[in-house]
Design a protein around this ligand. Structure first.
Ligand SMILES: [Fe+2]
Ligand SMILES: [Fe+2]
Length: 381
């Protein structure tokens, strides 16, 4: 991304060790320095508000669980892939056709697709993150609470996304799978740092935003695959995008309910998350070589139009509309009104800053960035 100030996928700052430290560090011990953690506050929601989630259990059963799809009605990755049990040489023909289609898409596209796949594959981190949230976590691992039921089934639905993209990429032959797999291992080991403070208000605002961001991103990789002549990959990305949309609807329904029950608390929480900026879950990614891999991946998604700072502003604007934040009046304190004003005024500010950054980037011209994922070939960003 050219401007990282307001991008959903960008950090606030990039950690660079002092020159003396860089000289001292053994070359091969830790190839990529860890990024500084931004948010380590915990348990910021008062007990009475945590109790509210307990009282919302029957509402969650009736309103949120129906957003899940039964397993028997769900798609499975195998349906989109060459059938290894097909008759005769069918599997080999299908793999060859897949690889012929895959050859028609540029390297930059594969960088974006790998980044999306790696993000999906770090799913253990996301289930952990949701289970950090007070009042809604899965207390036993098989809790019958509707919040826990949702989180497990949501994870099970999401699990198919990484599986499908990973197998597709493997068969395509276009990417260095070992480097991709290393990136996944590094990322799961690093975790995520979304600033949600065990607070389900903050957590569900984050997931509402994030599910929409992935809907937009997979929708755009679908469009680009179609334009590049790969209708099967387009269907794969489009199918994943449809899941993300359904998940977004569920999470934003929860925030809608919080706005109804506690407009002030919910409004202040939305402003809190927006001040922190919603960072993509894969923000801590590295391949062990490029400590700025995430920023470089983000630059590619920005230049391809897979996910841009303008999308970030669009998502915020969409959620402001969906949650009817501009019209919110009753129950707002002075702090709540200030939060409302801040959030509702944010999209045009983000756009203006991004326009300026785009102009600056245009003057500088494209620069080449090397990605281990595509065998150290360069992509212009
Ligand atoms: Fe997903
Ligand atoms: Fe998702």
């Amino acid at each position: 991304m050219q401007c990282i100030a307001f991008s959903a996928t960008a950090p606030l700052s990039v950690h660079r060790p002092a020159a003396s430290l860089r000289r001292l560090r053994p070359v091969s011990a830790i190839a990529a320095p860890p990024k500084p953690l931004r948010y380590q506050s915990t348990h910021s929601l008062p007990p009475e508000k945590i109790e509210m989630f307990k009282s919302l259990e029957s509402w969650a059963s009736q309103t949120i669980l129906p957003y899940l799809k039964p397993v028997e009605k769900s798609w499975q990755p195998n349906e989109f892939l060459p059938d290894p049990a097909g008759p005769g040489d069918e599997f080999y023909h299908e793999v060859r056709a897949l690889r012929e289609r895959a050859a028609g898409l540029p390297d930059a596209y594969y960088v974006a697709l790998v980044g999306d796949m790696v993000t999906e594959d770090a799913l253990p981190t996301y289930q952990t993150m949701v289970n950090t949230l007070d009042g809604v976590r899965d207390e036993t691992g098989a809790s019958p609470s509707p919040w826990a039921t949702w989180t497990r089934a949501w994870t099970a639905e999401e699990n198919r996304h990484g599986d499908l993209l990973r197998t597709y990429l493997y068969l395509s032959g276009r990417v260095d799978m070992t480097m991709v797999e290393k990136t996944v291992q590094y990322l799961i080991g690093a975790g995520m740092d979304p600033g949600t403070e065990n607070n389900p208000y903050l957590g569900f605002i984050y997931t509402s935003f994030q599910e929409r961001a992935t809907f937009v991103s997979h929708g755009n990789t679908a469009r680009l695959a179609k334009d590049g002549g790969d209708a099967v990959l387009a269907r794969i990305c489009g199918t994943i995008a449809a899941d993300e949309k359904r998940h977004e609807n569920a999470y934003s329904k929860i925030v809608e309910k919080l706005l109804e029950l506690d407009p002030d608390g919910a409004m202040v929480a939305i402003a809190d998350m927006m001040r922190k900026k919603i960072t993509m879950p894969a923000y801590l990614m590295t391949d062990g070589r490029d400590p700025n891999l995430f920023e470089h991946f983000s630059s590619v998604t920005q230049s391809l139009g897979v996910y841009t700072a303008h999308d970030y502003a669009d998502i915020l604007e969409f959620l402001i509309g969906r949650w009817n934040l501009e019209a919110l009046e009753a129950g707002l304190s002075g702090e709540g009104r200030a939060a409302q004003e801040y959030v509702c005024g944010l999209p045009p500010r983000i756009r203006k800053l991004q326009d300026r950054a785009d102009e600056r980037a245009k003057k500088l011209g494209p620069r080449p960035v090397k990605f281990s994922w595509i065998f150290d070939r360069e992509v212009l960003v």
